[in-house]
Design a protein around this ligand. Sequence first.
Ligand SMILES: C[S@@+](CC[C@H](N)C(=O)[O-])C[C@H]1O[C@@H](n2cnc3c(N)ncnc32)[C@H](O)[C@@H]1O
Length: 226
Amino acid sequence: MEVLSDRKILDSWAKNVSPWVKAIKNGQIESRRIATDQAIIETITSVSGNKVLDIGCGEGWLVRELLFLGLSATGIDAIEALINKAKELGDGLYKVLEYEKMSSRTIDEKYDIAVCNFSLLGKESVEHIFKIIPSILNDNGYFIIQTLHPNVSCGELPYIDGWREGSWTGFSNEFSDPAPWYFRTIESWSNLFHKHGLKLIQLKEPINLNTGKPASLIMIGHAVIQ
Ligand SMILES: C[S@@+](CC[C@H](N)C(=O)[O-])C[C@H]1O[C@@H](n2cnc3c(N)ncnc32)[C@H](O)[C@@H]1O
């Protein structure tokens, strides 16, 4: 398996289910606690729509929050152990599904909102999601992405798209074999929306008040019917 590849991302996540479930349960990720969890919930509830697809849902915390708020939510993720954990932790519909296998056959319903919360990590898998999104959204639906802020996550490397090695810096030492990820500039993210007929209607930059830097970048795409 190539070290910097979409396949390797899934291989790494499959190895880190247990520490990840603990990290979410115990609120170990400070930026989530103080900024990004609330930011994604506020963004989802700020657009119109009730039926949400959480793509790359992990252990399902966002699905549970959305159900609590009275929305309908379904989660999909490639890692069966994470989906099993999500089912154990609460209600909600869940399905084991790799992004690369998403199609109108495997996703046989339409949604008002599709959301990816820190779950778009790869190259081809992400391109595939953008291709399929217009067919799984209802007319005037929304595609919401929260991701690492490119200006902050770029570090010292050149500000150009490309594979990066992963790191579990700041996480517990139970984590191993970090997943690689594909860095995209803000311009590249924007191009993905426009190329697939989604109008990028809003960018948000939640601030981590402890660092004074953006904790993430949130992008809202709108499937506008002409
Ligand atoms: C950082 S976790 C985020 C989980 C969740 N969205 C959250 O906010 O806690 C990234 C998730 O994306 C999922 N993922 C990454 N690539 C995937 C792919 N190609 N197909 C399906 N799931 C994928 C992983 O299994 C993992 O659960």
